[in-house]
Every structure is written in C-alpha cells, then in structure tokens.
Design a protein around this ligand. Structure first.
Ligand code: ARG
Length: 579
C-alpha cells in the first residue's frame, strides 16, 4: 500500500513538474509514512512542504495541486490536506481486507526479497581465546545474530564472520602453561575454567623466570610456524571454541565452527600489506616503526595522528590485522557491505582502519563499511555490570541464573505441561528474556541489566510477547470447530490490528537498512498490544457473534500469530504453543 501511494504521488508530481523545477534529487526523497493517529488517515506525506522552496509556492497550494493530479485508485477512499501542507491518505477498508488476505496466503507474510541481493559480511560475537565469554559478549552476539537473520531473510548473501581474538604475544605464556598442566595431569586435560587458567599462567610468567624465558621463546616459535607450538595453540583455540559453541547453541544463535574467521587468518597477509603501504608511500618509517599518518585525524598538538602498523620489534598490531581483514572481505569475499558489531569504544579504531583501506584502495567507495556500535552493560546501580566481588560476570552464569529464575516463576503457576515440555518452556522464556532485553533497546545507548524487568510477563519483554503468541494458539484449541474465514473489517479495533499487520514488511526492512533490531521489537510489542485490545473488544466464541464475523476474527488471530512467530524468529526468539 505504501508503495502504491508513493507511485501515485510520483505520477502526480510528474504532472505538475512539466517545467522541471523539481530536481531528480528531490524526487528521490518522496516518502509516505504510516500515520500515528486515526484522524490523519492511514498514510501521510510532507512532500508538499519540501517542494515549497523549489516551486516558490505555498505548501497547501502545492498539496492541493498534487491531490488534483493524483490518478484515481480504488484503494484510496479519501485524500486530505492537513495543517501546514501534509497530505493524508485514507485507505479503503475493503482494500485493507484484500491486502490481509494476500498476506495470509504468502509464506513470507508480505515481506519481499530485495531486488538486488548484496553480499554482506557481518562481524559479530568475536570473543577471545582462553577467556570465558563474559556477559557483555551477549550484546555483539545477540544483536549481530538478529541482524544476520533479517538480512538473510531479505534475500541477501550473508557471511558470518566470527573475528575471534586468537593471536598475540600472550600465546607463548598460554602454551607454556598448557604444557605444564598436561605434564602434571598425564595426558590431555579438560579446560573448563579459563579464568583460572589465564590467571595462573600469568602468575607463572611473572614469578618464574625459567617459565617466562620459555614463554617468550614459544611466541617466536609460534610465529615462525613451529609445528609443536602450532598444535598447542590449536588446542587452546579448539577448547575455547567448543565451550563457546555450547553457549551459542544454548542462546539459539546461528554461529557455527564454519564462521570462525579469527585474527590468525590474516597473519600471512600482514607483511604483504605493510610492504605494499610502504612502497606506495602511504606508510613511512618513524624511529624504526612503520606508521601511517592520516590528515583527517589530529593529535592534541593539531598534527596528523600517527597510526603504527608495525612495531620497532617487527610485531604487528590489532590495526594491521583489521586492515588486512577489511581488504580480504572486500577483495576476496566480494562484500558490498561490511558490518562490525563491536563496542562503541572501538569506533576510533575502525575509522582509522577504514581510512587507511580507502586511501590504499583496498576497499572501494562502493563498499559500505558500517560500525554498528553498542553501549555498555550496566548494573542496576548504573555502574558497569560486575559480580559482587567486582569481577566480570560470566555469560554462562547469567544464563544459568535466568533458567533458575524462570523455573521458580513457573512453579507458582498451575501447569498441565509434562516435565519435558516444561524444560523447553523454561529454556525459551529464560533465553528469550535475556536476549530480548538486549535487543529491544536502541543498541547505541548503555543499558541496564535488570532481572525483574526482563522477566516480567507485562511490558515490552520476551515473556509478554511469547505469552501473546501462546494465547492465540489457545484460541485455536478452543475454537477447534470454527474455520478461518474471509476477513471483513467491521470496527476500529480490527482496523488498527489490520493496519499494524500490514506494516510488518516495513518493520523488517528497517532492521535490514538501519541494523537496529529494536525497531522490529517495537513493532512486535505494538502488534501484541493491539492484539490484546482487539481480543478484548472483539469476541469470537461468545454467543451471538455471527459465524462470518467470528471466522474473520479468527483469520486475524491466525495472521497475528504468524507475524509474531516470524518476527520473534527473526530476532532469534522461540515461541511455544503453550507456556
Ligand atoms: N575480539 C574483539 C574484542 O573482544 C572484537 C573484534 C571485533 N572485530 C574486529 N574486526 N575488530 O573486543
């Protein structure tokens, strides 16, 4: 419907633009939006205001001539001027019903695939080896995964890229310590507590000179490709990622082993990139180090900021790796769009990397580089979220606590579910609640981790939305004899619900373009609210409701359930028949 109105408007503008006063650029900006208030019709545009300047006329006058030149269309029942020059469109009720019928027959629920699919690399999760995933990793992992699901659903080729921190000088120490532990415990060891492992390794390094010498030696060997050190390193990577994969599975996140493209992948490219940048005078030597100066970034004295890409001792940096990585994504993976889901504190780092890549022509101007930053996770006290003793909160512990809290909550309710079904319900609610709490806020702001808020069965929470779905499924169990019928819009509650259902496609598309899952969360929340309102106002199984009306309402229930399931599914959240 939005598309249709935009097309009608375009035709009308063409008609009044015979002398070409309206530039093509302006025409690109024609936008029709859904209205928030019923009295403003279903859709509105401010185009007349935008045309006032180029046409040197007053907006209301322009609005009137646009309306006069608008082609007749059966879907539109009325067009009005409002306020300073808004144009409001009222959609024919029958058209709404027809559009809903089409939507309910469409497996994609009216969401089209993109005309020109893109190759999109999504850099997300990216935990570090020999460390446990901390609770803050959930941000990148869960938000990134929701965007990946949406982009794929829209028909793009998505390459998940788990840029794990699997390289660096610390590996000498870690290998030496792994060796020590293996010698002590006989054969292979099972690493379950990375926190302790890392701490103990560091302790040995700091206090045992013999150990430290060995550790430094191992770094050199590892970098030189020594087989023993490589195999010990590989063990550390594998042990870490086996544990992380358990968390991904538990979180219902789509990442697998195949998506691991860690820092080490780019090792061989680093010397080549640095040599190339030197040769082309983009990088220069400065006191033994290799540095790129970029005029757009200044230091405190106002001079161009130097970015080291190779240290005096020959070592490479996080920046060097990310330069090679962006180049690889553009040139080898042929990405049209590269998304980085990392902490907002990495924005300066990424800006630098990209500026160097653009300057060197490694990433063409036609490739879009996008940082999708997120704020910090805070405790209820507004300070960074920490354990009581001030340590980092482990993601695993948070998921355990979520499940035990939900188990306790469900104990208070009467339930006819079997033990097995109950376990699934507990998992879905607990994981859904934790994920949704992170997804539903605009990711750019810091966010407060609050158990009571996220587990509430009311408000903008996963349990509330999952409950809305289960409630609809319960209607179908009760209305087993009633069939879904033709949709007829007979009152405002139905009409509001119908219009919201038709806006699903716009909500999904906005997540794809803006990489903000909260837009879809808001949509689903508003849909659920409208459904609850509809359900109270429009009885289905009550005596005296005509069969056709009941069947139409049942069709609205069915479509709402489908949209809820699909929408929550795109966010990586499961729904249940009963909960
Ligand atoms: N491993 C990094 C961290 O934990 C995030 C990596 C982000 N991706 C990138 N290409 N730099 O902070």
């Amino acid at each position: 419907m939005k598309q249709l109105i935009e097309n009608l408007l375009k035709q009308s503008i063409d008609a009044i633009n015979s002398d070409g006063a309206i530039s093509a650029d302006l025409l690109k900006n024609i936008r029709v939006d859904r209205t928030k208030e019923r009295s403003h019709g279903d859709f509105a545009t401010n185009i007349a205001m935008m045309l006032a300047k180029p046409l040197k006329q007053n907006p209301r006058q322009i609005a009137q001539s646009l309306i006069d030149n608008l082609p007749k269309d059966d879907h539109i029942s009325k067009v009005e001027i409002a306020g300073p020059g808004f144009i409001n469109f009222f959609v024919n009720k029958n058209s709404i019903a027809t559009a809903l019928e089409a939507m309910s027959k469409d497996a994609r629920l009216g969401v089209p695939t993109v005309a020109a699919p893109k190759t999109i690399v999504v850099d997300y999760s990216a935990p570090n080896v020999a460390k446990e995933m901390a609770v803050h990793h959930i941000r990148s992992t869960v938000i990134g995964d929701a965007v990946v699901r949406v982009l794929e659903f829209l028909g793009n080729k998505v390459i998940r890229s788990n840029h794990i921190g699997d390289w660096g000088t610390q590996f000498g120490m870690l290998i030496a310590y792994l060796e020590k532990k293996e010698n002590e415990s006989g054969s292979g060891m099972d690493l379950s507590d990375f926190e302790a492992f890392y701490r103990e390794a560091k302790e040995c390094y700091d206090t045992d000179e013999e150990f430290a010498v060995k550790a430094r030696h191992y770094v050199v060997l590892l970098q030189g490709g020594d087989e023993y050190c490589r195999s010990m390193w590989k063990k550390l990577v594998n042990m870490t990622m086996v544990q992380n994969q358990k968390l991904y599975d538990r979180l219902d996140v789509t990442l697998t082993d195949k998506d691991i493209m860690g820092e080490s992948l780019y090792n061989d490219m680093l010397p080549v990139v640095v040599e190339d940048l030197i040769k082309r005078n983009i990088a220069v030597e400065d006191q033994g180090a290799i540095v790129v100066y970029l005029p757009q970034f200044k230091n405190k004295e106002g001079n161009p900021l130097g970015n080291i890409i190779r240290k005096k001792d020959g070592g490479y940096l996080y920046t060097t790796t990310d330069i090679a990585c962006a180049k690889y994504r553009a040139q080898n993976l042929h990405a049209n769009r590269i998304l980085y889901f990392t902490d907002s504190r990495q924005s300066q780092h990424l800006e630098t990397v990209w500026a160097i890549c653009r300057k060197a022509g490694y990433v063409g101007e036609d490739v879009s580089l996008e940082h999708c930053p997120f704020g910090m996770m805070l405790g209820k006290d507004g300070k960074p979220f920490k354990t009581r003793s001030g340590g980092t909160v482990k993601l695993r512990d948070v998921l355990d606590e979520a499940e035990s809290r939900v188990t306790a909550l469900l104990k208070e309710r009467n339930s006819t579910l079997s033990e097995e079904e109950k376990q699934v319900v507990i998992h879905n609610i607990a994981i859904g609640a934790v994920k949704y709490a992170d997804l539903c806020k605009n990711r750019t702001t810091d966010y407060i981790f609050d158990w009571d808020q996220m587990l509430a069965f009311e408000g903008n929470t996963a349990p509330y939305l999952q409950y809305a779905y289960s409630r609809i499924r319960a209607i179908f169990r009760k209305a087993a004899d009633l069939e879904i019928g033709k949709i007829v819009i007979t009152n405002e509650a139905e009409e509001d619900l119908a219009n919201k259902l038709l806006a699903f496609s716009e909500a999904v598309q906005s997540v794809g373009s803006k990489t903000l899952p909260n837009l879809l969360c808001n949509y689903i929340f508003e849909l659920s609210n409208l459904f609850m309102h509809f359900y109270e106002a429009c009885p289905i199984l009550k005596d005296g409701v005509e069969k056709e009306v009941a069947q139409s309402r049942l069709a609205l229930c069915d479509l709402t359930a489908k949209v809820l399931k699909q929408g929550l599914g795109l966010l990586g959240i499961n729904v249940m028949e009963q909960m």
